[in-house]
Design a protein around this ligand. Structure first.
Ligand SMILES: NC(=O)c1ccc[n+]([C@@H]2O[C@H](COP(=O)([O-])OP(=O)(O)OC[C@H]3O[C@@H](n4cnc5c(N)ncnc54)[C@H](O)[C@@H]3O)[C@@H](O)[C@H]2O)c1
Length: 329
């Protein structure tokens, strides 16, 4: 299939581009490079530098490249910033996405795979989080993703759009060969931040809260390898043939890992100490978030290849060790 990967120069999108090629598909990337990296794309993959809200540009690409399906990874995803500047998030994550969807419908492309998030669940009443757990986001970022989930359902009903929305837990790791990996600026994710501290790129790793009601007092999260996430996106293609299909999947390993366990894993894999600074809790951090991905496993045959935190951290370390300045060379 010809697949337009919107946000394909970003962290998860660029890994998905490689998985698409490995599965025999033809990826085409559209990215405005506000956060993406040209160097994250394999040679030969067409890159259109455009905003996803630009209907003329998107229509041109959909037609010229005979696109069958659109994968949409492009969004702003800094929770704190979304609280302080919500319109920035509503414009990029919702308004621009409405333009993208309207263009797809105009051109006649009706298959869509969407990056949603566990942030749509807010502080869940029960764990693990299944697809039927009530969604109640506690910040504008999570709300924009939930709003898009609702819009997609309406478009499936009204216009026969077929879509799958994947709610990722904590995407982590890098390509197994160490060629591409995570390079956000600013970085907000725990594993790269722990590695930066080990490498001396930052003075220390800040830990927010050691008095949570968890076994070691630090927050529990569900880290899932970026290539495992990508494979689920491709496994769903066959299910999107029927017009009007609406699918939702939670993607995680189902294993809660604490902040302290991440530090232990980084120290074990790198053989170096993580300099740590302990501080108070940060507002809005739920103590524990982890997925029940039974549905994705049963319906998509999805299997997690990287099923230990050490295996995930090893891939991240390989990337950061060999690219201490990320894509800047
Ligand atoms: N990283 C995670 O742990 C995580 C967890 C849950 C959900 N998600 C979601 O997954 C998706 C990908 O996350 P990521 O970590 O790869 O982010 P990223 O910032 O690395 O990648 C996003 C890409 O989209 C591009 N982009 C943003 N706005 C655009 C626009 N208007 N037009 C064109 N391109 C635009 C950026 O340049 C970037 O290349 C996001 O939608 C995010 O909300 C990520």
């Amino acid at each position: 299939m010809n697949v337009l990967v919107v946000g394909g120069a970003g962290y998860i999108g660029s890994h998905c581009v490689r998985q698409l090629i490995a599965a025999g598909h033809r990826p085409v990337v559209l990215d405005n490079l506000v956060f993406g990296h040209k160097g994250a794309l394999p040679p030969g993959v067409p890159l259109y530098e455009a905003d996803l809200g630009n209907e003329d540009a998107v229509a041109m690409v959909l037609r010229k490249e005979s696109i069958d399906l659109v994968m949409h990874f492009a969004a702003f995803a800094y929770v704190g910033e979304s609280v302080n500047d919500p319109l920035k998030y509503y414009f990029n994550n919702c308004v621009a996405t409405y333009h993208l969807l309207r263009t797809m419908l105009k051109v006649g492309v009706r298959k869509f795979v969407f990056s949603s998030t566990c942030a749509t669940f807010g502080v869940p009443a029960s764990l693990p989080i299944t697809e039927t757990t009530p969604q109640s986001p506690i910040n504008p970022y999570g709300q924009t993703k939930l709003d898009m989930e609702h819009a997609l359902k309406a478009l499936a009903h009204a216009h026969g759009l077929s879509f799958a929305a994947f709610r990722y837990f904590n995407a982590a790791g890098a390509a197994e060969d160490g060629s591409i990996g995570e390079d956000h600026d600013p970085e907000s994710h725990l594993i790269p931040l722990a590695i930066y501290a080990v490498q001396g790129r930052t003075k220390e790793l800040s830990i927010f809260g050691t008095d949570y009601p968890t076994p070691d007092g630090t927050c529990l999260r569900d880290y899932v390898h970026v290539d495992d996430l990508s494979r689920a996106h491709i496994a769903v293609f066959d299910k999107l043939d029927k017009p009007g299909t609406s699918l939702f999947y939670n993607l995680g390993t189902g294993k809660p890992t604490s902040v302290r366990e991440i530090i232990d894993a980084v120290e074990k894999v790198t053989g170096r100490k993580v300099p740590v600074k302990f501080g108070p809790r940060r507002a809005g951090d739920p103590p524990s978030l982890y997925a029940d991905s039974t549905k994705a496993k049963a319906e998509l045959g999805w299997k997690v290849k990287f099923d230990t935190i050490e295996a995930i951290v090893e891939t991240a370390w390989r990337w950061h060790r060999d690219h201490p300045n990320g894509y800047k060379g």
